[in-house]
Design a protein around this ligand. Structure first.
Ligand code: G6P
Length: 447
């Protein structure tokens, strides 16, 4: 069998332990482990001239990482404006904040063409190519135009809305036509697959999307969690709680994650259940993300203000109800934090999957597991029915779920956790990749 060629905008640094936050790099890294592969993408660096570069190669274990630099202007129009100022909110159903400019779309296509120019010479005939995420929708079509005959699959890690929403995008038809170059498109949920296929059908294109929910490596994360309970940071956190219940939120600083809505829910909990005042701490870890995009900067200001307000209104001289951090925390320390948390709050307004929910389950102790509060609008929800399900817009519902989570009997926590753990263990990142790639290799090319 030939190599697996993975293409994504973000490529994990082969030897770095502290990888960038975000589901794609984490899930995929677990998936390619042990497979002969080439991983191609952006280096994360800038250059003054992107056209005549040669990709930098770095081989680590079974994978060769090939990366290219982008100019500052490409970064701005392709990554910040078109990918994250337009496609991201559109796919998360936030058409009120999208910002379309023809120049951004033009540069988005140019960067996809640059990826194709740089990648094509590295390809072999028997490779299987797997392209990831919304930054690279047109890449398959651009590779075909350069004569690539190999199987090309695409996976979208974020939600995909129905045609009634997608058609807001002025270039939607052209983008869908180009996406028809893929032999198979994977999305996270049955709803996303049916939405995407409805878009193809509305444009008289053959449907080719199917759902393959992504997972994690639960054994590795679980072991990290057990090991790191003794880590200095985790011990310090534990000691600082002084017996209070720990409610944990871990998200990139992104408006799709529903963090203000969650904090509002926590405040409602403090008001509605005053008997628990002083007994809980919400630790919200929110590494800054995409700070060049205006909507992200606005969210940061809003969260700074909300966290300050809650602590000032509800806290006491020896207790702050919320600890809000915008720095990133190493993954293994996070695993330890997950292990000692009593409740995880995973309440995105929309999310492709949300691997934090799965990581929390993998990290918990079977003897005394915590409760998972999960948004019904996360892609993980159909698989994780035993979580305490909430509508993330319903702050009173979040308050009630926090109360239910911290007062739940050991028996019920164990029963729910066992069911959740079974799913997390069955559907791992490696199984996910195998299922997608098996189907891709079996798919006949539709011209
Ligand atoms: C999500 C996206 C990924 C992205 C990650 C981090 O998980 O699906 O494609 O890499 O967020 O975002 P960033 O903009 O930092 O790459």
């Amino acid at each position: 069998m030939g190599r697996l060629v993975v293409v994504s905008n973000r490529v994990p640094a082969p030897r770095e332990r502290n990888q960038p936050a975000g589901g794609l790099a984490v899930g995929l890294r677990d998936a390619v482990r042990g497979t002969e592969s080439l991983w191609f993408g952006w280096s994360g660096r800038h250059t003054s001239q992107s056209k005549d570069q040669t990709p930098k190669l770095d081989t680590h274990e079974s994978c060769t990482y090939a990366t290219i630099d982008l100019t500052r202007s490409e970064y701005e129009h392709f990554y910040e404006n078109f990918s994250n100022g337009l496609l991201w909110p559109l796919c998360h159903y936030r058409i009120g904040i999208i910002n379309y400019k023809r120049l951004d779309y033009q540069v988005y296509r140019e960067v996809n063409a640059l990826f194709a120019d740089q990648l094509a010479p590295l390809l072999r005939e028997d490779d299987t190519i797997w392209i990831h995420d919304y930054h690279l929708f047109p890449l398959g079509a651009k590779l075909r135009r350069r004569g690539v005959k190999a199987k090309i699959g695409f996976f979208l890690h974020i939600p995909f809305p129905p045609w009634s929403v997608t058609r807001v995008l002025p270039c939607a038809e052209e983008m869908l036509r180009e996406m028809a170059a893929y032999d198979l498109i994977g999305v996270q949920t049955a709803e996303d697959a049916s939405n995407m296929n409805s878009c193809f059908e509305a444009n008289n294109l053959p449907a080719r999307a199917a759902h393959f929910p992504i997972g994690i490596d639960p054994v590795e994360f679980g072991e990290q969690a057990v090991r790191n309970v003794m880590a200095e940071e985790v011990q310090r956190l534990h000691a600082s709680l002084r017996g209070r219940k720990l409610i944990l939120g871990v998200d990139r600083l992104d408006y799709s994650k529903g963090i203000p809505e969650r904090i509002h829910g926590y405040e409602t909990f403090l008001n509605r259940y005053p008997e628990h005042k002083g007994e809980t701490v919400l630790l919200q870890i929110t590494p800054v993300s995409r700070a060049g995009v205006a909507s992200y900067r606005a969210l940061r200001r809003e969260l700074d203000e909300m966290a300050g307000h809650i602590n000032a209104m509800h806290g006491n001289f020896d207790w702050s109800p919320i600890r809000y951090l915008t720095q990133s925390v190493p993954r293994e320390v996070l695993a330890g934090f997950h292990r000692i948390a009593d409740v995880a709050l995973v309440t995105p307004l929309r999310d492709g999957m949300n691997l934090v929910a799965k990581e929390f389950v993998a990290a918990q102790s079977p003897d005394d597991p915590g409760a998972l509060i999960l948004s019904s609008l996360a892609g993980a929800a159909p698989e994780m029915e035993e979580a305490l399900m909430v509508n993330p817009y319903d702050h009173e519902g979040i308050a009630d779920a926090i109360h239910a989570g911290i007062t739940m009997s050991l028996e019920e926590r164990q029963r729910r956790w066992q069911a959740l753990h079974r799913d997390v263990t069955q559907n791992t990142a490696a199984n996910w990749a195998d299922r997608f790639l098996d189907m891709l290799r079996e798919t006949e090319r539709q011209e």
